[in-house]
Design a binder for this molecule. Structure first.
Ligand SMILES: Cc1cc2nc3c(=O)[nH]c(=O)nc-3n(C[C@H](O)[C@H](O)[C@H](O)COP(=O)(O)OP(=O)(O)OC[C@H]3O[C@@H](n4cnc5c(N)ncnc54)[C@H](O)[C@@H]3O)c2cc1C
Length: 383
């Protein structure tokens, strides 16, 4: 067992950290205040080779491993949760399904521009009827007519759905087969009948665009089906497994930012004639956050390690996301407490970290659903 990063992984970590510190941190408060999508930052991330980091070079990617991807998402999220979520979703939800399930032609046409950073990708699974019960809640239909899929229905909460070049949409292509009748179809921006709804107003992650999308007799070429008809549910589950490492890494980045801000503040702020870092109550909060975030780091690393070796990692990814999101939630809350009244003000970043991280307990499988996933897999092992 080796707890050290490889040379390549460390190089990615350092490069992304330097980029995030220089290009994202100075804008993070402004992004949160204005709700504006930071297009210029993503343009620079493309130039830096970050937008296709884990995909092969032949498709415009960087050829990095899953561990490097997690490190990159952590560093970007450390600087801004909004940029972090958009980035994590682009890689895991927008690009990965095309890479994992697409044909050679589909990869060239749809993955390459995304990996080169020319545009963002998105995934639309969740519907108004509910996101947790994916198998039972998809009522968006796709019917093959001649050489086209005719799609009708709507999806909710689509990250980057308003600007994505392509959205991988989970559709019911055969109602008689239940969840085995679900299929993933690439819907390009500008497809006739694709209507983008209003931008959602969120608690945090203000620079990440979240929208409803509507399909009104939306026409898409037959060749945009990803993999085989009826494989959509399985593909969605595989995609979410990978995505959960990303959401865990996002939480870790935000939690780490909160801890770092706490360390700085605790050593500067004086009370009763001494820095508050001298008080045991403050030290215990710092110790708990540091320990819990370190445990999250190890779980994320283990899930990424298994993924890189093409071994099963569903349970580990669920554990990594669940643990990191809740550890970061506590670390952000403690950071606000350590800052006292200042922690509640927008002048300090810790309340933003707290708001931004809150999503990680909900997205890509709520933590209640993940507890079910973990328990079922353990019960199966012992049963
Ligand atoms: C900012 C943001 C970005 C998002 N991005 C995307 C995206 O890009 N693509 C996409 O497809 N979706 C996206 N989502 C949707 C997200 O994945 C869903 O919100 C999430 O899966 C939960 O679904 P739901 O909101 O319908 O909640 P529900 O499924 O209605 O759940 C409500 C509550 O009931 C609980 N619950 C449900 N079933 C059970 C059960 N069996 N046992 C115990 N508890 C249960 C849940 O844990 C939760 O607490 C995003 C959401 C947000 C807020």
């Amino acid at each position: 067992m080796d707890f050290h990063l490889t040379e390549e992984q460390r190089a990615v970590q350092e490069m992304v950290h330097d980029f995030a510190e220089k290009e994202i941190v100075p804008h993070a408060t402004e992004i949160d205040k204005t709700d504006e999508f930071p297009a210029e930052i993503f343009r620079k991330m493309g130039e830096q080779g970050l937008m296709g980091l884990p995909f092969p070079e032949e498709y415009g990617g960087g050829g990095a491993d899953a561990m490097s991807q997690a490190l990159a998402v952590e560093e970007i999220s450390w600087a801004s949760g909004s940029v972090g979520l958009t980035y994590a979703a682009h890689l895991s939800l927008g690009c990965a399904p095309i890479y994992n399930f697409g044909t050679e032609d589909q990869k060239k046409e749809w993955l390459t521009p995304l990996a080169r950073g020319e545009a963002l990708g998105a995934l639309a699974l969740t519907e108004p009827k509910g996101g947790s019960d994916l198998a039972g809640s998809v009522s968006t239909t796709a019917v093959l007519k001649g050489n086209e899929w005719i799609i009708n229905g709507s999806k909710m909460y689509v990250t980057s759905g308003a600007i994505a070049r392509s959205i991988n949409v989970l559709c019911m292509t055969d109602k008689t087969k239940g969840h085995r009748g679900l299929s993933l179809i690439i819907v390009p921006r500008g497809a006739p009948g694709l209507v983008v709804g209003k931008l959602e107003e969120k608690m945090g992650l203000h620079g990440s665009l979240t929208t409803q999308v509507f399909f009104e007799d939306c026409r898409v070429p037959k060749g945009n089906l990803l993999g085989a008809e009826g494989d959509g549910f399985k593909q969605a589950m595989i995609t979410l497994d990978g995505g959960r490492i990303g959401i865990g890494a996002m939480a870790l980045g935000l939690g780490r930012a909160a801890l770092e801000a706490s360390l700085k503040y605790a050593q500067e702020r004086q009370a009763f004639g001494q820095p508050i870092s001298n008080f045991e109550a403050i030290q215990w909060m710092i110790a708990d956050s540091a320990m819990e975030l370190e445990a999250s780091r190890l779980l994320i690393a283990k899930a990424a390690y298994l993924k890189d070796r093409h071994q099963r990692f569903s349970t580990e990814a669920a554990m990594a996301k669940l643990n990191a999101s809740e550890a970061a939630d506590r670390a952000c809350s403690k950071a606000i407490q350590i800052h006292g009244g200042a922690g509640y003000l927008r002048d300090f970043p810790v309340e933003r970290y707290y708001r931004d991280n809150r999503l990680t307990l909900i997205g890509e499988g709520t933590n209640e659903i993940l507890r079910m996933v973990i328990a079922r897999s353990i019960l199966k092992e012992v049963g």
